[in-house]
Design a protein around this ligand. Sequence first.
Ligand SMILES: [Zn+2]
Ligand SMILES: [Zn+2]
Length: 243
Amino acid sequence: MLAAAQRAARFAGAAFLDCFLPQFCGLCRRRTLSNQRLCADCAGLLRPRPFAYCPLCRFENERADPVGWRLGSECPVHGGVSGLASLRIEEPVLQLVHRFKYSGEKGLARTLADLMPDPGAYEEGTRPYNLMCPVPLFRTRLRERGFNQSAELGAQLEPRLGVPLIVDLLAKRAPTPEQARLAGRARRRNLLGCFAVARPAVVHHKNVILVDDVVTTGSTASACIEALMAAGAVRVVLLTVAA
Ligand SMILES: [Zn+2]
Ligand SMILES: [Zn+2]
């Protein structure tokens, strides 16, 4: 609780400073006039992704726009599971994500988190989510990179969404070979049972936000969703910048 309060205070402090410090566009690095993190030209290049989708089977419900989703339309096969991203997975947002993950530009966490939607805004009632957790990295990968990009995004989202972040809720039990080298089904098999919920009681009967940066094949996120559902989660929404 204390950590959450400290994070909220830091968030408020940062928002306050934003009013006075010059801002530079995260993409073209030109100075921006407002407190926006992307200039109007670059923001105009980002294409929105208006529909919710199912991360498990890629079912895209065109009725599941904000209004449709509020009416409860979900994947007909995987009830309780949905995916929500603000942007299509393409340049230039991939460029931002790449710099964030691999070039150590941790400050981009805020720029990217600001682009992420609030799942509560798409649902009946307010704040129906109980907790939030990031897609984990295996410990050797975490050591190499120095940070988990999904946890960094979650930390930025926590004060904005008002949903507590539990960083170590999911654990990756084994390293996996480079995903890019494996074809779809092998990739999926490779990850099966790879993720464990540390404290299943925390997840039981809960609505969970799973945070990741982007969804490419969706196999990693799918394995995490399956672990959360197996631990008794009622609902899991995968929240990413792009998909
Ligand atoms: Zn720009
Ligand atoms: Zn589905």
